[in-house]
Design a protein around this ligand. Structure first.
Ligand code: ADP
Ligand code: MG
Length: 377
């Protein structure tokens, strides 16, 4: 059996709005975190990320479900069991790290140990050791106002790790930091997580942050985890349009399945004509679907390429971004595509172009609106 640092099973937490309507902030969530793993909870504001994290920390009381830390029950709805936050083997880091400004780095890191009444010599030893672990021994006597953002982050991490719990919960720690510093802090966090190998659950609404930090991303929508997997899998094989649109940019073309072939392909009728798509034996003839593909998984040319599946369109905008050029192409009244091209081809407004997408680069997804449909149990 695999060892998990955290196991969450069928967790439910409901709030009541001021007008009395219930909100399913955490709606039947199950997730397990492996030792040394960084899981990122990703989703828009209000989808339940903070509530899930606070429930694991013991700061919210769920209605039902189970939470285990290192195999020990911390919460069980069925058994009416609830372990107090201070008795859970984890620490939580909030927005902007929140170091105490009037305390030195040493005192900030010593703080979680003071309440445990450890002998003074042991406190000193552990604080020094942990400051060394995160690479800021020389800052021991310094106050937060005399540290860079990266140094503050390291001290905050030391404070989270000093008690010896190897699970750290982080709730949007970089959200109040300006963009330039944020990139650097994010990379440092990746390095430290790799070096120290603590387990982490990291909350963010920023997809770049999620892709850089996560071993696995849990995409959340309205209190549910809608997809869980490594960043590459989430990007390349999103399970819904919501996920596809939340992680990166995606082109969409609506259609109806017209026929299925025995070779694992299907034909979909769209307003750009018939399109051949891969079919993992999941499509039904007559069903409405959305064909999706990424802007870097299609190409553009000023003439039609024989034998390739291509559609005719006209250039709306064409912008040079250094690493690539981004073209917005009007395909029909309803449909426009974004195409990223590594080499920069000068295209002008209203130029006639052909957009080519190989069938293997098309992912067929079910039709759904952005609102989750009503599930009646
Ligand atoms: P996120 O962290 O993803 O932005 P939250 O977990 O903070 O989302 O909130 C999830 C949902 O629960 C939201 O609809 C929010 O309005 C609601 N909510 C959170 N905390 C409370 C509370 N104390 N009282 C009422 N509703 C709450
Ligand atoms: Mg939040």
């Amino acid at each position: 059996m695999e060892d998990f640092v955290v196991e969450v099973r069928n967790l439910k937490k409901t709030f009541k709005r001021a007008d009395g309507t219930p909100v399913n902030a955490v709606d039947d969530v199950s997730i397990s975190v492996r030792s040394g793993e960084c899981i990122v909870l990703l989703g828009p504001s209000g989808c339940g990320k903070t509530t899930l994290l606070r429930s694991i920390a013991g700061l919210e009381k769920p209605e039902d479900g189970e939470i285990l830390i290192n195999g020990e029950a911390m919460f069980s709805g069925a058994e009416k069991l609830e372990v107090q936050p201070q008795d859970r083997a984890l620490s939580m880091i909030f927005q902007s790290y929140a170091l105490w400004p009037h305390m030195t780095a040493f005192d900030n890191v010593a703080f979680p140990l003071k309440s445990r009444k450890l002998p003074k010599a042991e406190v000193i030893e552990r604080v020094n050791q942990t400051l060394g672990l995160v690479g800021v021994s020389e800052l021991s006597g310094q106050h937060p106002s005399d540290m860079s953002g990266g140094q503050q982050q390291r001290v905050a991490l030391a404070r989270a790790l000093v008690a010896g719990d190897d699970l750290v919960l982080l709730d949007e720690p970089l959200s109040n930091v300006d963009a330039k510093v944020r990139d650097q802090l994010r990379r440092e966090l990746v390095e430290m997580q790799r070096e120290i190998n603590f387990s982490a659950i990291y909350v963010t609404h920023d997809q770049i942050e999620a892709m850089e930090l996560a071993d696995r991303i849990a995409v959340m929508e309205l209190g549910k985890i809608v997809q869980l997997g490594p960043p590459k899998e989430i990007y390349e094989k999103p399970s819904t349009r919501y996920v596809a649109n939340f992680i990166g940019t995606v082109n969409e073309l609506s259609g109806t399945v017209a026929s299925k072939a025995s070779d694992g392909s299907a034909t979909v009728t769209t307003d750009l004509g018939e399109v051949e798509v891969p079919d993992e034996a999941t499509l039904t003839i007559g069903s409405d679907v959305v064909l999706t593909f990424r802007p870097e998984r299609c190409s553009i040319s000023t003439h039609q390429i024989e034998g390739s599946p291509s559609w005719r369109g006209s250039v709306n905008t064409s912008s040079f971004f250094g690493s690539h050029t981004e073209h917005h192409i009007n395909m029909s009244e309803q449909t426009s595509f974004v195409v990223w091209q590594a080499e920069s081809t000068q295209l002008n407004y209203n130029d006639d172009v052909w957009v080519t997408v190989e069938p293997a680069n098309i992912r067929v997804l079910p039709v759904e609106t952005d609102e989750v449909s009503d599930e009646s149990h």
